[in-house]
Design a protein around this ligand. Structure first.
Ligand code: PEP
Length: 254
């Protein structure tokens, strides 16, 4: 069985002192558990990554970024490149999150360009896909997920999905406290894996499919009991150290 992965997405939250405090506590926790700890990726706001870099060097906790630009350098005010992220010790980059698709008008085309630059830099993309409420209610969940995957494949070819992470995040479940039902998530994850398996250039063993959307310490265990849920992407509950540690403890025991 693949080792379960927990990804924490802090979004636009936190400050220097609370992140420093969180890191101190997590570091102590790490030193108690050491090799027994499941794999963890933490995506703080990019400006605080330097704090985390100092803590987790050579440890089983990895740094993620919440976004990246598809240009490498030049006159792109306010942007951050893959090389800058690597400089800060980042190994994973979230992209295609519904909040960026919605508030920053990121199209499938922009997401595919970001996917390419992330892979070329040998970073691991965490591609978020998922349907909105209307699409769910009209039975279009699978169609939407496949369309979002297909957009990447048509531009970059199927092989690009090797060594990547896909996060199935129903938009209506994000931050709502309303988690999708585990057996329905299982169905979608199976569908995503079967779809990718069709392409002979993709090795299903090299892809993780995470679930995200109101995951917390109370539901993580039932979610991860499903065969094709390889891990979770946690937003709100990752901001609270006690809740986050409970989630990690539960995953460690699986
Ligand atoms: C997210 O935005 O990626 C997410 C999963 O958030 P939450 O856990 O708060 O629903």
């Amino acid at each position: 069985m693949k080792k379960k992965l927990i990804i924490a997405n802090w979004k636009l939250n936190g400050n220097k002192s609370c992140i420093f405090n969180f890191l101190n506590l997590l570091n102590t926790y790490h030193d108690q558990k050491k090799d027994k700890l499941c794999k963890i990726v933490i995506a703080f706001p990019v400006i605080y990554l330097y704090l985390a870099q100092q803590f987790f060097l050579k440890k089983n906790i990895f740094l993620g970024a919440q976004n990246v630009d598809f240009n490498l350098q030049g006159a792109f005010t306010g942007e951050i490149s893959v090389n800058m992220l690597k400089d800060m010790g980042v190994s994973y980059v979230i992209l295609g999150h519904s909040e960026r698709r919605r508030y920053h008008k990121e199209s499938d085309n922009i997401i595919a360009k970001k996917f390419k630059i992330i892979k070329e830099a040998n970073l691991i993309p965490i591609l978020c896909i998922g349907e909105n409420k209307e699409e769910k209610e009209s039975g279009k969940t699978q169609e939407v997920c496949i369309r979002q995957l297909q957009a990447i494949i048509s531009m970059l070819g199927p092989h690009i999905f090797n060594n990547t992470i896909i996060a199935y995040e129903p938009i209506w479940a994000i931050g709502s406290g309303d988690t999708a039902q585990p057996h329905l998530i299982q169905k979608i994850h199976r569908c995503i894996k079967s779809y990718l398996k069709k392409y002979r250039m993709i090795d299903p063993e090299k892809i993780l499919v995470q679930y995200g959307g109101s995951v917390d310490e109370n539901n993580v265990s039932v979610l991860l009991n499903e065969r094709d849920i390889d891990g979770v992407l946690v937003g709100g509950a990752s901001l609270n150290y006690k809740k986050f540690i409970k989630i990690i403890d539960i995953v460690n025991q699986l």
